[in-house]
Design a protein around this ligand. Sequence first.
Ligand code: FAD
Length: 434
Amino acid sequence: MDGKRIPRVVVVGGGFGGLLAARSTARLPVQVTLVDRKNHHTFQPLLYQVATAGLSPGEIAAPIRGILRGRNVEVLMGEVQAFDLGRRVVKLRDLDVPYDYLIVAAGASHAYFGHDEWEPLAPGLKTIEDAIEIRRRILLAFELAERHAASGEGQVQLNFVIVGGGPTGVELAGTLAEIARRVLADEFHAIDPKRTRIVLLEGGPRVLPAYPEDLSRSAEEQLRHLGVEVRTSTMVTGIEPAAVLMGETRLSAAVILWAAGVAASPLGKKLGAPVDRAGRVLVEPDLSLPGHPEVFVIGDLASLKDENGKPLPGVAPVAMQQGKAVAHNIARDLKGEPRRNFHYLDKGSLATIGRSAGIAQFGKLHISGFVAWLSWLFIHIFFLIGFRNRIIVFIQWAWSYFTYERGARLITGDTNLPGWTELQAEKTPSRAAD
Ligand SMILES: Cc1cc2nc3c(=O)[nH]c(=O)nc-3n(C[C@H](O)[C@H](O)[C@H](O)COP(=O)(O)OP(=O)(O)OC[C@H]3O[C@@H](n4cnc5c(N)ncnc54)[C@H](O)[C@@H]3O)c2cc1C
Protein backbone atom coordinates (compact mmCIF):
# COMPACT_ATOMS: atom_id res chain seq x y z
CA MET A 1 0.00 0.00 0.00
CA ASP A 2 1.57 3.37 -0.95
CA GLY A 3 1.14 6.41 1.27
CA LYS A 4 -1.33 8.31 -0.93
CA ARG A 5 -3.82 5.70 -2.12
CA ILE A 6 -6.91 5.08 -0.03
CA PRO A 7 -6.75 1.48 1.26
CA ARG A 8 -9.39 -0.83 -0.16
CA VAL A 9 -11.22 -3.18 2.20
CA VAL A 10 -13.13 -6.10 0.68
CA VAL A 11 -15.69 -7.92 2.81
CA VAL A 12 -16.94 -11.33 1.63
CA GLY A 13 -20.41 -12.10 3.01
CA GLY A 14 -23.34 -9.92 3.99
CA GLY A 15 -24.42 -11.98 7.00
CA PHE A 16 -24.17 -10.85 10.62
CA GLY A 17 -20.37 -10.66 10.65
CA GLY A 18 -19.86 -9.16 7.18
CA LEU A 19 -22.52 -6.46 7.63
CA LEU A 20 -21.04 -5.29 10.93
CA ALA A 21 -17.52 -5.36 9.47
CA ALA A 22 -18.65 -3.31 6.45
CA ARG A 23 -20.60 -0.80 8.54
CA SER A 24 -17.72 -0.33 10.99
CA THR A 25 -14.90 -0.08 8.41
CA ALA A 26 -17.01 2.37 6.34
CA ARG A 27 -16.33 4.97 9.06
CA LEU A 28 -12.56 4.75 8.46
CA PRO A 29 -10.57 6.52 5.72
CA VAL A 30 -10.86 3.46 3.44
CA GLN A 31 -12.91 2.31 0.42
CA VAL A 32 -15.17 -0.62 1.29
CA THR A 33 -16.61 -3.25 -1.08
CA LEU A 34 -18.97 -5.98 0.16
CA VAL A 35 -19.49 -9.06 -2.01
CA ASP A 36 -22.32 -11.55 -1.43
CA ARG A 37 -23.80 -14.20 -3.70
CA LYS A 38 -27.29 -13.16 -2.54
CA ASN A 39 -28.78 -9.70 -2.78
CA HIS A 40 -30.21 -10.00 0.72
CA HIS A 41 -29.20 -10.45 4.33
CA THR A 42 -31.11 -13.26 6.05
CA PHE A 43 -32.04 -13.04 9.71
CA GLN A 44 -31.32 -16.72 10.32
CA PRO A 45 -32.69 -16.95 13.89
CA LEU A 46 -36.21 -16.50 12.47
CA LEU A 47 -35.84 -18.87 9.50
CA TYR A 48 -37.76 -21.56 11.40
CA GLN A 49 -40.77 -19.20 11.46
CA VAL A 50 -40.72 -19.05 7.64
CA ALA A 51 -40.26 -22.83 7.47
CA THR A 52 -43.33 -23.27 9.67
CA ALA A 53 -45.47 -20.66 7.88
CA GLY A 54 -45.53 -18.11 10.71
CA LEU A 55 -43.69 -15.37 8.83
CA SER A 56 -43.16 -14.56 5.15
CA PRO A 57 -39.65 -14.53 3.67
CA GLY A 58 -39.64 -10.75 3.15
CA GLU A 59 -40.24 -10.22 6.86
CA ILE A 60 -36.94 -11.80 7.88
CA ALA A 61 -34.70 -10.72 5.00
CA ALA A 62 -33.62 -7.32 3.75
CA PRO A 63 -31.67 -6.20 0.66
CA ILE A 64 -27.99 -5.69 1.54
CA ARG A 65 -27.88 -2.65 -0.75
CA GLY A 66 -30.77 -1.12 1.17
CA ILE A 67 -29.23 -1.85 4.60
CA LEU A 68 -25.99 -0.13 3.56
CA ARG A 69 -27.65 2.76 1.72
CA GLY A 70 -25.88 6.08 2.29
CA ARG A 71 -22.74 4.44 3.68
CA ASN A 72 -19.27 4.34 2.20
CA VAL A 73 -19.79 0.76 0.93
CA GLU A 74 -19.93 -0.53 -2.64
CA VAL A 75 -22.11 -3.66 -2.85
CA LEU A 76 -21.44 -6.35 -5.46
CA MET A 77 -23.66 -9.37 -5.95
CA GLY A 78 -21.57 -12.34 -7.02
CA GLU A 79 -20.20 -15.68 -5.84
CA VAL A 80 -16.59 -15.65 -4.67
CA GLN A 81 -14.77 -18.59 -6.26
CA ALA A 82 -11.22 -18.23 -4.92
CA PHE A 83 -8.56 -15.91 -3.52
CA ASP A 84 -5.13 -14.97 -4.80
CA LEU A 85 -3.45 -13.99 -1.55
CA GLY A 86 -0.15 -13.20 -3.33
CA ARG A 87 -1.71 -10.70 -5.75
CA ARG A 88 -4.28 -9.66 -3.14
CA VAL A 89 -7.39 -10.23 -5.22
CA VAL A 90 -10.75 -11.86 -4.58
CA LYS A 91 -11.82 -13.90 -7.61
CA LEU A 92 -15.43 -13.87 -8.79
CA ARG A 93 -16.36 -15.81 -11.92
CA ASP A 94 -15.91 -12.81 -14.23
CA LEU A 95 -14.21 -10.24 -12.04
CA ASP A 96 -11.09 -9.85 -9.87
CA VAL A 97 -11.61 -7.52 -6.92
CA PRO A 98 -8.35 -6.14 -5.48
CA TYR A 99 -7.91 -5.47 -1.76
CA ASP A 100 -5.49 -4.13 0.79
CA TYR A 101 -7.50 -5.69 3.61
CA LEU A 102 -9.74 -8.73 3.18
CA ILE A 103 -12.43 -9.77 5.66
CA VAL A 104 -13.95 -13.19 4.94
CA ALA A 105 -17.34 -13.80 6.62
CA ALA A 106 -18.86 -16.51 4.40
CA GLY A 107 -20.51 -18.44 7.27
CA ALA A 108 -21.32 -22.14 7.56
CA SER A 109 -24.03 -24.57 6.54
CA HIS A 110 -25.29 -27.99 7.69
CA ALA A 111 -23.23 -31.16 7.23
CA TYR A 112 -24.50 -34.65 6.44
CA PHE A 113 -21.48 -36.45 7.95
CA GLY A 114 -20.27 -37.60 4.53
CA HIS A 115 -23.77 -38.60 3.35
CA ASP A 116 -24.63 -35.80 0.95
CA GLU A 117 -27.10 -38.16 -0.73
CA TRP A 118 -29.39 -37.64 2.29
CA GLU A 119 -29.83 -33.95 1.52
CA PRO A 120 -32.71 -34.20 -1.03
CA LEU A 121 -34.63 -36.44 1.40
CA ALA A 122 -33.88 -34.42 4.54
CA PRO A 123 -33.37 -30.72 3.80
CA GLY A 124 -31.59 -28.48 6.31
CA LEU A 125 -32.44 -24.91 7.24
CA LYS A 126 -29.95 -22.21 6.32
CA THR A 127 -31.37 -20.00 3.59
CA ILE A 128 -34.72 -18.50 2.63
CA GLU A 129 -34.92 -21.10 -0.17
CA ASP A 130 -34.46 -23.90 2.39
CA ALA A 131 -37.21 -22.45 4.58
CA ILE A 132 -39.66 -22.24 1.66
CA GLU A 133 -38.88 -25.83 0.68
CA ILE A 134 -39.43 -27.09 4.24
CA ARG A 135 -42.70 -25.13 4.46
CA ARG A 136 -43.77 -26.71 1.15
CA ARG A 137 -43.09 -30.24 2.41
CA ILE A 138 -44.83 -29.77 5.75
CA LEU A 139 -48.01 -28.26 4.30
CA LEU A 140 -48.04 -30.65 1.35
CA ALA A 141 -47.87 -33.69 3.64
CA PHE A 142 -51.15 -32.69 5.30
CA GLU A 143 -52.80 -31.99 1.93
CA LEU A 144 -51.72 -35.32 0.42
CA ALA A 145 -52.82 -37.24 3.52
CA GLU A 146 -56.25 -35.56 3.33
CA ARG A 147 -56.62 -36.41 -0.36
CA HIS A 148 -55.56 -39.98 0.25
CA ALA A 149 -58.08 -40.44 3.06
CA ALA A 150 -60.81 -38.59 1.15
CA SER A 151 -60.44 -41.03 -1.73
CA GLY A 152 -61.31 -43.85 0.64
CA GLU A 153 -57.86 -45.43 0.59
CA GLY A 154 -57.37 -45.25 4.33
CA GLN A 155 -55.21 -43.14 6.63
CA VAL A 156 -51.52 -42.48 6.12
CA GLN A 157 -49.67 -42.03 9.39
CA LEU A 158 -47.95 -38.63 9.26
CA ASN A 159 -44.64 -38.70 11.10
CA PHE A 160 -42.44 -35.62 11.00
CA VAL A 161 -38.91 -36.56 12.00
CA ILE A 162 -36.33 -33.93 12.92
CA VAL A 163 -32.71 -35.05 13.11
CA GLY A 164 -30.60 -33.02 15.56
CA GLY A 165 -31.55 -31.66 18.98
CA GLY A 166 -29.68 -28.35 18.80
CA PRO A 167 -31.49 -24.99 18.81
CA THR A 168 -32.82 -25.34 15.24
CA GLY A 169 -34.12 -28.90 15.74
CA VAL A 170 -35.79 -27.94 19.00
CA GLU A 171 -37.42 -24.84 17.49
CA LEU A 172 -38.72 -26.79 14.49
CA ALA A 173 -40.04 -29.66 16.60
CA GLY A 174 -41.84 -27.38 19.07
CA THR A 175 -43.44 -25.29 16.34
CA LEU A 176 -44.47 -28.31 14.25
CA ALA A 177 -46.21 -29.75 17.29
CA GLU A 178 -48.10 -26.50 17.69
CA ILE A 179 -49.14 -26.55 14.03
CA ALA A 180 -50.41 -30.11 14.18
CA ARG A 181 -52.14 -29.83 17.54
CA ARG A 182 -53.60 -26.34 17.31
CA VAL A 183 -53.25 -24.48 14.01
CA LEU A 184 -54.51 -27.16 11.63
CA ALA A 185 -56.52 -29.17 14.16
CA ASP A 186 -59.98 -28.22 12.85
CA GLU A 187 -59.26 -27.53 9.19
CA PHE A 188 -59.34 -31.02 7.69
CA HIS A 189 -62.25 -33.41 7.24
CA ALA A 190 -60.79 -36.79 6.37
CA ILE A 191 -57.69 -36.71 8.61
CA ASP A 192 -57.03 -35.62 12.17
CA PRO A 193 -53.83 -33.48 12.18
CA LYS A 194 -53.58 -34.05 15.94
CA ARG A 195 -52.55 -37.65 15.20
CA THR A 196 -49.35 -36.39 13.57
CA ARG A 197 -46.25 -37.60 15.40
CA ILE A 198 -43.39 -35.16 15.80
CA VAL A 199 -40.19 -37.06 16.61
CA LEU A 200 -36.94 -35.32 17.54
CA LEU A 201 -33.81 -37.48 17.28
CA GLU A 202 -30.60 -36.49 19.07
CA GLY A 203 -27.37 -38.49 18.95
CA GLY A 204 -26.08 -37.20 22.30
CA PRO A 205 -27.56 -37.84 25.74
CA ARG A 206 -29.52 -34.56 25.87
CA VAL A 207 -31.07 -31.88 23.65
CA LEU A 208 -29.44 -28.42 23.49
CA PRO A 209 -26.05 -29.81 24.58
CA ALA A 210 -24.43 -26.36 24.54
CA TYR A 211 -26.65 -25.29 27.45
CA PRO A 212 -26.30 -26.27 31.12
CA GLU A 213 -27.85 -29.63 32.01
CA ASP A 214 -30.80 -28.24 34.00
CA LEU A 215 -31.89 -26.14 31.01
CA SER A 216 -31.55 -29.11 28.63
CA ARG A 217 -33.79 -31.16 30.92
CA SER A 218 -36.30 -28.33 31.08
CA ALA A 219 -36.28 -27.99 27.28
CA GLU A 220 -36.96 -31.71 26.95
CA GLU A 221 -39.88 -31.49 29.38
CA GLN A 222 -41.32 -28.49 27.55
CA LEU A 223 -41.01 -30.35 24.24
CA ARG A 224 -42.82 -33.39 25.62
CA HIS A 225 -45.51 -31.13 27.03
CA LEU A 226 -46.04 -29.73 23.50
CA GLY A 227 -46.45 -33.29 22.20
CA VAL A 228 -42.97 -33.92 20.76
CA GLU A 229 -41.42 -37.40 21.15
CA VAL A 230 -37.81 -36.82 22.11
CA ARG A 231 -35.33 -39.66 21.54
CA THR A 232 -31.84 -38.94 22.84
CA SER A 233 -28.69 -41.10 22.41
CA THR A 234 -30.15 -42.13 19.05
CA MET A 235 -27.82 -42.17 16.08
CA VAL A 236 -29.27 -41.95 12.58
CA THR A 237 -27.56 -44.49 10.35
CA GLY A 238 -29.51 -44.04 7.14
CA ILE A 239 -32.13 -41.98 5.39
CA GLU A 240 -34.38 -43.48 2.72
CA PRO A 241 -37.42 -42.14 0.91
CA ALA A 242 -40.06 -41.89 3.68
CA ALA A 243 -37.91 -43.47 6.42
CA VAL A 244 -35.17 -42.79 8.93
CA LEU A 245 -32.96 -45.69 9.98
CA MET A 246 -31.38 -45.99 13.40
CA GLY A 247 -29.41 -49.23 13.33
CA GLU A 248 -32.04 -52.00 13.24
CA THR A 249 -34.90 -49.56 13.89
CA ARG A 250 -36.81 -48.03 10.99
CA LEU A 251 -39.07 -45.05 11.54
CA SER A 252 -41.39 -44.09 8.69
CA ALA A 253 -41.55 -40.37 7.97
CA ALA A 254 -43.64 -38.13 5.74
CA VAL A 255 -41.22 -35.26 6.25
CA ILE A 256 -37.61 -35.54 7.42
CA LEU A 257 -35.76 -32.39 8.45
CA TRP A 258 -32.02 -32.14 9.03
CA ALA A 259 -30.77 -30.00 11.90
CA ALA A 260 -27.48 -31.73 12.72
CA GLY A 261 -23.86 -30.99 11.98
CA VAL A 262 -22.07 -27.87 10.81
CA ALA A 263 -19.79 -27.45 7.81
CA ALA A 264 -17.96 -24.18 7.25
CA SER A 265 -18.12 -22.49 3.84
CA PRO A 266 -15.72 -24.14 1.36
CA LEU A 267 -14.09 -20.71 1.03
CA GLY A 268 -12.30 -21.41 4.34
CA LYS A 269 -10.15 -24.14 2.81
CA LYS A 270 -9.41 -21.92 -0.20
CA LEU A 271 -7.54 -19.51 2.09
CA GLY A 272 -4.83 -22.17 2.46
CA ALA A 273 -4.53 -21.94 6.26
CA PRO A 274 -5.16 -24.79 8.75
CA VAL A 275 -8.83 -25.56 9.39
CA ASP A 276 -10.63 -27.58 12.08
CA ARG A 277 -12.75 -30.70 11.47
CA ALA A 278 -15.76 -28.61 10.41
CA GLY A 279 -13.61 -26.64 7.93
CA ARG A 280 -13.41 -23.51 10.10
CA VAL A 281 -10.24 -21.48 9.73
CA LEU A 282 -7.96 -21.52 12.78
CA VAL A 283 -7.39 -17.80 13.13
CA GLU A 284 -4.87 -15.82 15.21
CA PRO A 285 -6.16 -14.15 18.40
CA ASP A 286 -6.65 -10.88 16.43
CA LEU A 287 -8.80 -12.87 13.91
CA SER A 288 -6.19 -12.64 11.16
CA LEU A 289 -5.12 -15.51 8.92
CA PRO A 290 -1.79 -17.05 10.04
CA GLY A 291 0.97 -15.46 7.94
CA HIS A 292 -1.40 -12.90 6.40
CA PRO A 293 -2.08 -10.00 8.78
CA GLU A 294 -4.04 -8.22 6.00
CA VAL A 295 -6.63 -11.04 5.84
CA PHE A 296 -9.23 -11.62 8.56
CA VAL A 297 -11.73 -14.45 8.96
CA ILE A 298 -14.76 -13.93 11.21
CA GLY A 299 -18.09 -15.41 12.31
CA ASP A 300 -19.12 -19.01 11.69
CA LEU A 301 -16.17 -19.52 9.34
CA ALA A 302 -13.58 -18.76 12.04
CA SER A 303 -12.41 -21.08 14.79
CA LEU A 304 -11.11 -19.36 17.93
CA LYS A 305 -11.04 -20.32 21.60
CA ASP A 306 -11.91 -18.01 24.49
CA GLU A 307 -9.63 -17.33 27.49
CA ASN A 308 -10.72 -20.62 29.10
CA GLY A 309 -9.87 -22.65 26.01
CA LYS A 310 -13.55 -23.12 25.05
CA PRO A 311 -14.34 -22.71 21.32
CA LEU A 312 -16.47 -19.64 20.63
CA PRO A 313 -20.00 -20.65 19.60
CA GLY A 314 -21.36 -20.15 16.06
CA VAL A 315 -23.88 -17.48 17.01
CA ALA A 316 -24.78 -14.05 15.69
CA PRO A 317 -23.33 -12.00 18.60
CA VAL A 318 -19.87 -13.60 18.10
CA ALA A 319 -19.94 -12.76 14.37
CA MET A 320 -21.13 -9.21 15.01
CA GLN A 321 -18.56 -8.47 17.72
CA GLN A 322 -15.83 -9.92 15.50
CA GLY A 323 -16.93 -7.69 12.60
CA LYS A 324 -16.51 -4.64 14.82
CA ALA A 325 -13.23 -5.88 16.33
CA VAL A 326 -11.64 -6.31 12.91
CA ALA A 327 -12.62 -2.76 11.92
CA HIS A 328 -11.00 -1.48 15.15
CA ASN A 329 -7.80 -3.37 14.34
CA ILE A 330 -7.70 -1.94 10.81
CA ALA A 331 -8.15 1.54 12.36
CA ARG A 332 -5.23 0.81 14.72
CA ASP A 333 -3.06 -0.31 11.77
CA LEU A 334 -3.84 2.93 9.94
CA LYS A 335 -2.80 4.94 13.02
CA GLY A 336 0.34 2.82 13.52
CA GLU A 337 -0.92 1.44 16.85
CA PRO A 338 -0.61 -2.21 17.95
CA ARG A 339 -3.58 -4.53 17.34
CA ARG A 340 -5.73 -6.00 20.11
CA ASN A 341 -6.80 -9.61 20.50
CA PHE A 342 -10.49 -10.44 20.16
CA HIS A 343 -12.43 -10.85 23.38
CA TYR A 344 -16.03 -12.13 23.24
CA LEU A 345 -18.49 -10.47 25.59
CA ASP A 346 -21.13 -13.15 26.25
CA LYS A 347 -24.38 -11.42 27.14
CA GLY A 348 -26.31 -14.70 27.48
CA SER A 349 -27.98 -17.26 25.26
CA LEU A 350 -31.59 -18.06 24.56
CA ALA A 351 -33.46 -20.78 22.70
CA THR A 352 -37.13 -20.93 21.87
CA ILE A 353 -39.03 -24.21 21.94
CA GLY A 354 -42.49 -23.27 20.75
CA ARG A 355 -45.44 -21.25 21.83
CA SER A 356 -44.65 -19.75 25.25
CA ALA A 357 -41.77 -22.18 25.80
CA GLY A 358 -38.04 -21.53 25.87
CA ILE A 359 -34.87 -21.49 27.93
CA ALA A 360 -32.39 -18.72 28.68
CA GLN A 361 -29.02 -18.41 30.37
CA PHE A 362 -27.69 -15.06 31.53
CA GLY A 363 -24.48 -15.90 33.42
CA LYS A 364 -25.54 -17.84 36.53
CA LEU A 365 -29.22 -17.02 35.96
CA HIS A 366 -31.12 -19.87 34.27
CA ILE A 367 -34.72 -19.24 33.13
CA SER A 368 -37.27 -21.61 31.57
CA GLY A 369 -40.77 -21.31 30.15
CA PHE A 370 -42.82 -18.25 29.30
CA VAL A 371 -40.35 -15.60 30.56
CA ALA A 372 -37.52 -17.17 28.56
CA TRP A 373 -39.72 -17.31 25.47
CA LEU A 374 -40.76 -13.67 25.92
CA SER A 375 -37.11 -12.55 26.33
CA TRP A 376 -36.21 -14.48 23.17
CA LEU A 377 -39.04 -12.84 21.26
CA PHE A 378 -38.15 -9.27 22.26
CA ILE A 379 -34.40 -9.67 21.78
CA HIS A 380 -34.77 -11.23 18.33
CA ILE A 381 -37.31 -8.73 17.10
CA PHE A 382 -35.18 -5.91 18.47
CA PHE A 383 -32.23 -7.10 16.40
CA LEU A 384 -34.24 -7.58 13.19
CA ILE A 385 -32.53 -5.67 10.45
CA GLY A 386 -34.75 -2.82 9.27
CA PHE A 387 -37.34 -0.96 11.34
CA ARG A 388 -40.22 -1.79 8.95
CA ASN A 389 -39.67 -5.52 9.40
CA ARG A 390 -39.52 -5.18 13.16
CA ILE A 391 -43.01 -3.66 13.43
CA ILE A 392 -44.55 -6.08 10.91
CA VAL A 393 -42.99 -9.11 12.58
CA PHE A 394 -44.19 -8.00 15.98
CA ILE A 395 -47.78 -7.50 14.77
CA GLN A 396 -47.72 -10.86 12.94
CA TRP A 397 -46.43 -12.57 16.04
CA ALA A 398 -48.97 -11.02 18.37
CA TRP A 399 -51.76 -11.93 15.91
CA SER A 400 -50.74 -15.56 15.58
CA TYR A 401 -50.16 -15.83 19.34
CA PHE A 402 -53.73 -14.88 20.18
CA THR A 403 -55.47 -16.48 17.17
CA TYR A 404 -53.25 -19.53 16.57
CA GLU A 405 -53.26 -18.57 12.90
CA ARG A 406 -50.16 -18.86 10.73
CA GLY A 407 -50.52 -16.39 7.91
CA ALA A 408 -47.90 -17.62 5.46
CA ARG A 409 -49.32 -21.06 4.67
CA LEU A 410 -48.48 -21.08 1.00
CA ILE A 411 -47.48 -24.17 -0.95
CA THR A 412 -45.42 -22.93 -3.86
CA GLY A 413 -43.53 -24.83 -6.55
CA ASP A 414 -43.58 -28.59 -7.02
CA THR A 415 -46.54 -30.57 -5.67
CA ASN A 416 -44.64 -33.84 -5.27
CA LEU A 417 -43.43 -34.92 -1.86
CA PRO A 418 -40.26 -37.07 -1.82
CA GLY A 419 -41.10 -40.52 -0.49
CA TRP A 420 -44.89 -40.11 -0.69
CA THR A 421 -45.41 -43.13 -2.95
CA GLU A 422 -43.46 -45.34 -0.53
CA LEU A 423 -45.39 -43.95 2.43
CA GLN A 424 -48.79 -44.55 0.84
CA ALA A 425 -47.84 -48.17 0.34
CA GLU A 426 -47.19 -48.57 4.08
CA LYS A 427 -50.74 -47.60 5.21
CA THR A 428 -51.48 -46.73 8.83
CA PRO A 429 -48.59 -48.49 10.59
CA SER A 430 -49.20 -49.05 14.25
CA ARG A 431 -47.11 -47.15 16.76
CA ALA A 432 -45.57 -50.37 17.97
CA ALA A 433 -44.10 -50.99 14.51
CA ASP A 434 -41.17 -48.73 15.20
C1 FAD B 1 -31.72 -21.81 11.41
C2 FAD B 1 -30.70 -21.03 12.19
C3 FAD B 1 -31.07 -20.45 13.40
C4 FAD B 1 -30.16 -19.71 14.13
N1 FAD B 1 -30.56 -19.15 15.31
C5 FAD B 1 -29.71 -18.34 15.99
C6 FAD B 1 -30.13 -17.66 17.17
O1 FAD B 1 -31.28 -17.80 17.61
N2 FAD B 1 -29.24 -16.84 17.79
C7 FAD B 1 -27.97 -16.67 17.31
O2 FAD B 1 -27.21 -15.91 17.88
N3 FAD B 1 -27.54 -17.32 16.23
C8 FAD B 1 -28.37 -18.15 15.55
N4 FAD B 1 -27.94 -18.81 14.42
C9 FAD B 1 -26.53 -18.70 14.03
C10 FAD B 1 -26.24 -17.39 13.33
O3 FAD B 1 -27.21 -17.16 12.33
C11 FAD B 1 -24.83 -17.45 12.76
O4 FAD B 1 -23.93 -17.64 13.81
C12 FAD B 1 -24.49 -16.17 12.02
O5 FAD B 1 -25.34 -15.99 10.93
C13 FAD B 1 -23.03 -16.18 11.55
O6 FAD B 1 -22.77 -15.02 10.84
P1 FAD B 1 -21.73 -15.01 9.65
O7 FAD B 1 -21.62 -13.60 9.20
O8 FAD B 1 -20.49 -15.72 10.05
O9 FAD B 1 -22.38 -15.90 8.51
P2 FAD B 1 -23.80 -15.79 7.79
O10 FAD B 1 -24.73 -14.92 8.56
O11 FAD B 1 -24.20 -17.16 7.48
O12 FAD B 1 -23.46 -15.02 6.43
C14 FAD B 1 -22.66 -15.57 5.43
C15 FAD B 1 -22.88 -14.78 4.15
O13 FAD B 1 -21.88 -15.13 3.20
C16 FAD B 1 -22.47 -15.28 1.93
N5 FAD B 1 -21.62 -16.20 1.17
C17 FAD B 1 -21.32 -17.48 1.48
N6 FAD B 1 -20.49 -18.00 0.56
C18 FAD B 1 -20.28 -17.02 -0.37
C19 FAD B 1 -19.52 -16.95 -1.57
N7 FAD B 1 -18.80 -17.98 -2.02
N8 FAD B 1 -19.53 -15.80 -2.26
C20 FAD B 1 -20.26 -14.73 -1.85
N9 FAD B 1 -20.99 -14.75 -0.71
C21 FAD B 1 -21.00 -15.87 0.03
C22 FAD B 1 -23.86 -15.83 2.22
O14 FAD B 1 -24.75 -15.57 1.15
C23 FAD B 1 -24.23 -15.06 3.49
O15 FAD B 1 -24.90 -13.86 3.22
C24 FAD B 1 -28.84 -19.56 13.66
C25 FAD B 1 -28.46 -20.14 12.44
C26 FAD B 1 -29.39 -20.87 11.71
C27 FAD B 1 -28.98 -21.49 10.39
